[in-house]
Design a protein around this ligand. Sequence first.
Ligand code: SF4
Ligand code: SF4
Length: 173
Amino acid sequence: MQYFTNIKRSMMSVLEGMAVTFSWLFRRPYTVQWPDKIPEPLEKTLPATYRGLLEVDTRICTACLACEKACPIEVIAIEVDRNSETKERHIVRFDVDAAKCMYCGLCVEQCPTDAIHHTTLFAATTPDIGDLVLTFIKPGERALPFKPKDAPPAAIERGAITQALLDSRRGVE
Ligand code: SF4
Ligand code: SF4
């Protein structure tokens, strides 16, 4: 007798579960088909405080290295070249390894000029993990460190620099 009771209970349990499942056939879905079936890019709907991919505006970087020192896992690599005669400094490398970054924001907090900051960008899939090293100074380029007493350059839309880097990796024009 217990045997048949168990079978009946199991069948009732399955039917109850299926009733819940089928009821969703007629309800409005909560899911959103990303990235192509949404009215505007998801990145534009995220709050400004979202800790997405990092971005560096090298035009306002003072080359103080505070961000590099603040990073606990050596995600940031900056090289500064100093001319022994003129004593002039140039930033010759500014890499951020987005694959290694844990998006803690410690580097951002230390930056005196907001040159390094988070963006709302998050989509950066690539078959080659090496592509996730964001090179804000291209090999061979040299950037003069920003002097805070100078007038800052015109602001660039947040995320535009990092997005351009990602696009160049993907071959997007
Ligand atoms: S967000 Fe954190 S882990 Fe990423 S580079 Fe900055 S300090 Fe390092
Ligand atoms: S990004 Fe900011 S903290 Fe990092 S070296 Fe430049 S000015 Fe200093």
